[in-house]
Design a protein around this ligand. Structure first.
Ligand SMILES: [Zn+2]
Length: 78
């Protein structure tokens, strides 16, 4: 499925339909054509300790180390 974009109301300046929001797979970004408000999804890796804290919440055994990413995966962000 390819992305799409839509107009939305800006939460910052309150303009109606001024926020151009685009959704492409897991990337969501938007910017306001009135006030310049912009945002973009940011992905970050969570430390083992925090992952384990979450796992406890789901009644899962804590990990001793994080699972390795699939081959070809890079953590670099552009
Ligand atoms: Zn705005």
């Amino acid at each position: 499925m390819s992305g799409y974009s839509e107009a939305a109301d800006c939460p910052r300046c309150g303009s109606t339909e001024s926020l151009e929001r685009s959704i492409d797979r897991d990337d969501i970004s938007g910017f306001c054509l009135e006030c310049g408000y912009s945002y973009k999804t940011v992905y970050e890796n969570i430390a083992l300790k925090e992952v384990n804290e979450e796992r406890v919440e789901f009644d899962m055994e804590p990990l001793t180390e994080l699972k390795k990413p699939v081959e070809g995966w890079t953590d670099e962000s552009d």
